[in-house]
Write a protein that binds this ligand. Structure first.
Ligand SMILES: Cc1cc2nc3c(=O)[nH]c(=O)nc-3n(C[C@H](O)[C@H](O)[C@H](O)COP(=O)(O)OP(=O)(O)OC[C@H]3O[C@@H](n4cnc5c(N)ncnc54)[C@H](O)[C@@H]3O)c2cc1C
Length: 419
């Protein structure tokens, strides 16, 4: 069996592993980067609908960290060390210009995730990092509380330090299949149960199929369980063939997941869409009345486009029990009330989340209690480091999750370089 020796061996060439490799080599380490796919950054290529939302323009470190809930404080050192400003400088310095879009989302100026991947490939080559692709690591050997070697095919690699950046469990077809969790557990780490997050929601109502592809802007979606409001979010959403997706839904999917896990006790989880959040019930009622009077001789199906997207009309009328041919002047007060209710509280019953195949991120992972936030070093195995999605960290959409990879990768790289 052939044995190679390095200062640092990194398993997983996603955004976190690649950033760690660059930083460690800048610090003078002889680095090997091991990737089971035929090329690094397969998931990176899919990010931001293939445009790669690199980070978010929120430069206040604490506000940025708040997006990760109570686990956000773990990130403070990593963000101070290499945060949004330095990330943007890093990309710009390496000839990738960036631009800011709505919500502070930062993208490559050329709108191509491939440009980000190519930048890393170029730098990996320039920094003489040994990149081994098609190399699926099967085993990490430990002696006392140190890693001794990693084993694959008919080779083994020995290094002073090891970094595991194998990602989570979301979109497993990209290579993120969770081996890192298994090794970490065998090495004595606690794994907070990985669950899908930032995922579409499936609903029970079959008629959503009729709304497939309809995107909604400036709506508010409420999440209810046990007759109590549990969460809400404002912005854009999208009907899929079997439920809903889009930014609002992805961002509230984590709390929906938690509610679903309690549904045995608390009952069903419901969504209510407010299509007119700027209008209260009485103002909306006046608005509907005005349209009905203005177009009193038109059928209701031809009046409603003034108030809601065309694709919704037949569903809304069916749910309200109103004949679509009924003229504006014949709509009763009771029917108007039903319409008003559906425009403010359009109900859907959650069946489940879409699962890891469609989840943007994994919530859960390596317990942060067992990793030093100032170095990303394991508190259990002294020559082991972690970075990226494998850690128990998940943020909302908007570039937050890739920033975790850049910041934890950079910090882990400079500490694991051992120079
Ligand atoms: C569709 C989609 C769109 C997204 N868009 C955005 C966005 O625009 N902005 C944003 O901030 N975040 C986005 N994300 C989230 C972001 O992609 C992840 O947070 C990020 O890729 C995690 O990086 P990572 O390096 O930790 O892990 P990964 O990117 O998952 O990389 C891990 C690597 O490890 C390799 N590996 C695993 N096991 C082994 C093994 N046994 N041996 C060798 N190699 C192994 C894998 O093949 C993989 O290449 C998106 C995610 C998805 C799925």
């Amino acid at each position: 069996m052939q044995t190679e020796k390095y200062d640092l061996a990194i398993i997983g060439a996603g955004p976190a592993g690649m950033m760690a490799a660059l930083r460690a080599s800048e610090c003078g380490a002889n680095v090997v980067l091991l990737e089971k796919n035929s090329m690094p950054g397969v998931k990176l290529l899919m990010t931001g609908k293939e445009r790669c939302n690199i980070t978010n323009a929120e430069t206040d470190v604490r506000k940025f960290a708040d997006n990760f809930g109570k686990n956000g404080k773990f990130l403070i050192s990593a963000f101070y060390n290499f945060g949004v400003d330095k990330t943007i400088i890093f990309f710009n310095k390496n000839k990738l210009k960036t631009k800011i879009e709505r919500g502070g989302r930062i993208f490559p100026e050329g709108d191509k995730a491939r440009d980000v991947q190519e930048l890393f490939l170029r730098l990996i080559k320039k920094n003489k990092i040994t990149l081994l692709t098609n190399c699926s690591i099967k085993k990490i050997s430990q002696r006392h509380n140190e890693i001794e070697k990693i084993v694959f095919d008919d080779s083994e690699i020995k290094a002073k330090n090891y970094l595991v950046s194998t990602g989570g469990l979301s979109y497993p077809q990209t290579g993120s299949t969770g081996e890192g969790y298994i090794w970490a557990k065998q090495l004595g780490h606690t794994i907070i149960k990985p669950e899908p997050a930032l995922t579409p929601v499936l609903v029970k109502e079959k008629w959503v199929k009729e709304l497939e592809g309809l995107s909604l802007k400036n709506v508010r979606i409420y999440v209810y369980q046990n007759n109590k409001k549990q969460d809400d979010s404002f912005g854009e959403a999208l009907f899929t063939g079997s439920g809903m997706s889009g930014p609002i839904i992805l961002n509230i999917s984590k709390s929906i997941g938690k509610l679903l896990r309690k549904s045995n006790v608390n009952g069903e989880t419901s969504l209510f869409i407010d299509f007119k959040p700027a209008l209260d019930f009485s103002v909306l009622d006046k608005r509907i009345l005005r349209e009905l009077e203005k177009y009193s001789n038109k059928s209701i199906k031809n009046i409603l486009p003034e108030l809601i997207p065309k694709k919704m009309i037949s569903v809304i009328l069916k749910l309200a029990g109103i004949d679509s041919e009924k003229k504006g002047h014949s709509i009763t007060k009771d029917e108007r009330k039903k319409l008003r209710l559906l425009l403010k509280q359009f109900p859907l019953t959650v069946k489940s989340l879409s699962g890891f195949n469609k989840a943007i991120i994994t919530t859960g992972g390596i317990s942060l209690k067992e990793v030093d936030p100032k170095t990303m070093r394991s508190k259990i195995i002294k020559n082991l480091y972690f970075a990226g999605e494998i850690l128990d960290l998940d943020g909302p959409t908007g570039g937050y999750n890739l920033q975790v990879c850049w910041s934890t990768g950079y910090l882990a790289g400079e500490n694991a370089a051992g120079k």
